[in-house]
Write a protein that binds this ligand. Structure first.
Ligand code: C2E
Ligand code: MG
Ligand code: MG
Length: 823
């Protein structure tokens, strides 16, 4: 209850009883007002009984004014009655003041109402209280509103007190007015200890500016968004708290303080700092990595690219960020790479690794090993693709090179032995389907050993490369060629219907090879010998190659520069031949070689003018073997050099013991022998050892193109010639550069190949050629010897053609002793 000191106006002003209270007009006007006011007015007499009640009593509280007059009607509930009694009594007992009270009233219908009562004494002229007037105002609605507000304030306070957030009320100076108890748990402070101290003192000095709060700026201060600052803990140190602030406006509208809400974000901040540290670590690892590292969005946009990656592709950061993954992938790999990315993103694979191609800024291909993982995003869906990219171009190229080398011959670039056998196997497998045969050509370069030995290996390599090129360019697209080793090449001809198909290939190869070749300024025409085999149903690659080898041997034996088909007879010979080389070595040690002599006859005088020495192998089991049985092997193996020494030694022994023998003895000398570095000294040493006059010896050199062009051959032969040794060109007319040979070497005799002699009667060309060669020999002043004369007719024609000398079974077969007379 509050009392307001009077005299005051309506709500507190002392009032005098109106002088004209009894004037009827005035009374009517007053009554009219009182009828219509909301408040209820009751006049009490000195005794406390109702003298008059305003009509509004009926409307507002449901009581008839007439019923209450004369009663001590107070409107109040029993428990508040005493208060009202007091106030009325107070008002009536000379109390000068207005008495205000709030009571719980009861309406006539029983409903409780809050009512404010204002009781005012009215003085008489003597200054004594005459009566009192009480004004009753129903304030139920207002009270309810106030109560609701109080309840909500209470609830808010409860919330603040019990929330885990810390709530601080500060005044304009930042002084703590109130602090929620949760500060105890969060920062360890006792709330009451802080009241009165400055809230800003609790903030870490470095963060005060972040908060932006200061004593002076308080009125301008607003913190619409949360700021994260450190708050001191009672135990020392700080904790990260997120702060929101709201100013509290006073009645005048000017802020009287602020409420701060602090949320503990220490764990969040720490997690964030750890994340930032991890990111920084990732970043530095990424940047320092020598491997390319890329992150990209699921749709393939580059997010981060490290320096190694930029270097690898010759692009800068900005370029990458403006492009997508497929922009750097080789077009042929894009499809499969996109497929893999989809699998990574949909989780069907956890990790993908592969070797693939990227494209450098300069357009070149970069081989890389790329491994990728999908890094999950917040929602559990893939957030980023993390790719590691290692440049494996050098390794890849080395591997390619290795793979190439595994199947290619580095010198010629042709398939090597392994590969050509592989291709042959494939073609043989295909024959069961196609019902066609496979042809195999085993090609051997004639006299390659001579080139290699006399010109050196680099010249030899040059020749091989040239031959390889010639062979491969002569082939059709379906034919395959490989280098088998040394000077051997193998050509596989698929889909053979007729052996003629293969023969055509052989002819093309032979023609392509036999073109003039210049190696280290030496000109010559290389030739090849070819062994050919055609597959049967039982053929294997091994059997076919073996057969071609047998056929090749036959081609070589038959004089080289030709091809030979395999037949079954060769097979047996081939088997025998396998052991020949080993046997030859033994035969050399055992001196199993003997010399047979065939007379050379003057056709004009029909008398012996010399002999040709022809080697025979006196085989302990097989008997006397002709050169064709072993010479090719002896030449290929180089054993001919030793055999040649033994032959010359025997010839010189004979010449020494037979000073009576007419003319000279011709000794066959293969190019392999002459190319040998020790040939000339050994030759002269033998002559010396037996004291043989060089004029009694002639050297027969096979008409081999290679021979003519080698400086060493020319020097050696010229040297021997100067000493008196005769130089005869053997088998003249069968090679490729016969005329050049005559020009380049110090030749003294020319031997017409037996094939001309044998064809004299049947073949006009042979006859014309033989005749021409005789003229050539005569013109050059050479001794002309026709070989292989078996019939008198042949002899007659040759004499007629001008051949001065002859040799053949007609005059005498080769025998262990030089014949002294013509047969
Ligand atoms: P070549 O130098 O052309 O020797 C002539 C060959 O023809 C000899 O064969 C000889 O027996 C044979 N012949 C001679 N007259 C007739 C005839 O009227 N009719 C027939 N059908 N054949 C005849 P041979 O002795 O079998 O020698 C073959 C080849 O072996 C020689 O051909 C020669 O190139 C080579 N040769 C022989 N001895 C040696 C040698 O000691 N050293 C070297 N490097 N090669 C040799
Ligand atoms: Mg000869
Ligand atoms: Mg001959």
């Amino acid at each position: 209850m509050a009392t307001v000191r009077g005299p005051r106006s309506e709500d507190g002003a002392p009032m005098r009883a109106p002088a004209d209270a009894h004037d009827p007009a005035t009374e009517a006007a007053v009554s009219d007002i009182l009828d219509n006011v909301v408040d209820v007015v009751i006049r009490y007499g000195r005794d406390g009984a109702v003298v008059w009640a305003s009509p509004s009593l009926q409307r507002v509280f449901g009581y008839d004014p007439a019923d209450v007059v004369g009663t001590p009607f107070r409107l109040s509930l029993p428990h508040t009655r005493a208060d009202v009694e007091d106030s009325v009594r107070a008002a009536l007992t000379d109390h000068p003041d207005v008495v205000r009270s709030r009571i719980r009233a009861v309406r006539a219908d029983g409903a409780g109402r809050w009512v404010d009562v204002l009781t005012r004494p009215v003085w008489d002229d003597a200054g004594k209280v005459d009566f009192s007037v009480a004004v009753f105002r129903d304030v139920t609605e207002q009270v309810r509103t106030e109560q609701a507000l109080a309840a909500s304030e209470q609830r808010y306070r409860l919330l603040a007190e019990n929330a885990s957030d810390v709530v601080i009320e500060v005044n304009v100076d930042g002084e703590v007015m109130w602090m929620s108890p949760s500060v105890r748990d969060v920062l360890g402070w006792e709330p009451c200890d802080l009241v009165g101290s400055s809230a800003w003192d609790l903030v870490h000095p470095d963060d005060v500016s972040v908060l932006g709060a200061g004593r002076d700026e308080f009125h301008a201060w607003a913190l619409p968004n949360a700021a994260t600052v450190r708050w001191a803990r009672a135990s020392g140190g700080h904790r990260w708290m997120s702060v929101r602030a709201r100013q509290v406006p006073g009645d005048s509208g000017i802020a009287t303080g602020a409420v701060l809400g602090l949320r503990d974000v220490e764990d969040e901040v720490q997690a964030r700092q750890e994340l930032a540290a991890a990111e920084a670590l990732f970043d530095s690892v990424m940047q320092s990595s020598t491997v390319g590292v890329v992150t990209a969005t699921p749709d393939g946009r580059f997010r981060t690219v490290n320096e190694a990656m930029c270097r690898m592709l010759g692009r800068d950061d900005a370029w990458f960020l403006a492009h997508k993954l497929p922009d750097v992938v080789h077009p042929d790999d894009v499809h499969s790479v996109l497929g893999e990315r989809t699998k990574l993103l949909d989780g069907s694979v956890a990790e993908s690794a592969r070797v693939m191609r990227l494209v450098h800024a300069d357009g070149s291909t970069v081989w890389v090993r790329r491994s990728g993982v999908a890094v999950p995003g917040r929602t559990g869906l893939p957030g980023l693709l993390l790719l590691q990219v290692e440049n494996v171009t050098p390794a890849h190229e080395a591997q390619q090179e290795l793979a190439y080398r595994a199947f290619h011959d580095p010198l010629t670039g042709l398939a090597n032995r392994a590969w050509i056998v592989e291709m042959l196997n494939a073609d043989l497998r295909a024959t069961s389907r196609t019902q066609e045969d496979v042809g195999v050509l085993f090609i051997d370069l004639d006299n390659f050993k001579v080139v290699n030995d006399s010109l050196g290996h680099s010249a030899g390599d040059e020749v091989l490369a040239a031959i390889a090129h010639r062979i491969s360019t002569s082939l059709r697209s379906q034919d395959r060629v490989g280098r088998f080793g040394g000077d051997e090449f193998v050509v596989v001809v698929p889909d053979v219907n007729d052996p003629l198909d293969v023969e055509i290939v052989a002819e093309r190869i032979s023609a392509a090879v036999a073109q003039e070749l210049i190696v280290e300024q030496h000109r010559f025409v290389p030739t090849v010998s070819i062994g050919i085999a055609v597959s049967t149903a039982e053929s294997t690659s091994a059997s076919l190659l073996r057969d071609t080898d047998s056929a090749l041997f036959r081609a070589k034996s038959a004089g080289r520069a030709r091809w030979q088909f395999f037949d079954e007879l060769m097979h047996a010979q081939a088997v025998a031949r396998v052991t020949i080389e080993a046997e030859l070595r033994r035969a050399i040690d055992e001196h199993e070689f003997v010399v047979y002599y065939q007379p050379i006859v003057s056709l004009a005088q029909m008398r012996i003018v010399g002999y040709e020495a022809l080697v025979r192998w006196k085989h302990p089991v097989r008997g006397i073997l002709p050169p064709a049985e072993f010479l090719p092997v002896a030449e290929e193996s180089g054993l001919i050099v030793d055999i040649g020494h033994q032959v010359l030694d025997q010839v010189c022994t004979l010449l020494r013991s037979r000073p009576d023998l007419p003319g000279a003895v011709s000794v066959n000398t293969s190019p392999v022998q002459i190319a040998h570095p020790g040939w000339r000294p050994a030759f002269l040493a033998t002559l010396d050892a037996h004291e043989v006059d060089p004029h009694r010896i002639a050297v027969e050199v096979t008409e081999t193109a290679v021979l003519s062009v080698l400086d060493k051959t020319r020097e050696d032969l010229t040297h021997l010639r100067d000493l008196g040794v005769g130089i005869h060109v053997d088998d003249f007319g069968t090679g490729y550069s016969s005329i050049a040979l005559l020009r380049d070497l110090p030749v003294t005799g020319l031997k017409l190949d037996a094939s001309f002699t044998w064809n004299l009667t049947a073949d006009r060309t042979a006859r014309v050629l033989a005749s021409g060669l005789s003229g050539l020999a005569a013109g050059l002043g050479l001794m002309s010897i026709a070989e292989g004369i078996e019939t008198p007719e042949q002899a007659a024609i040759l004499v007629e053609q001008g051949w001065t000398h002859g040799q053949g079974y007609l005059f005498g077969r080769p025998g262990p002793e030089p014949a002294s007379e013509i047969l």
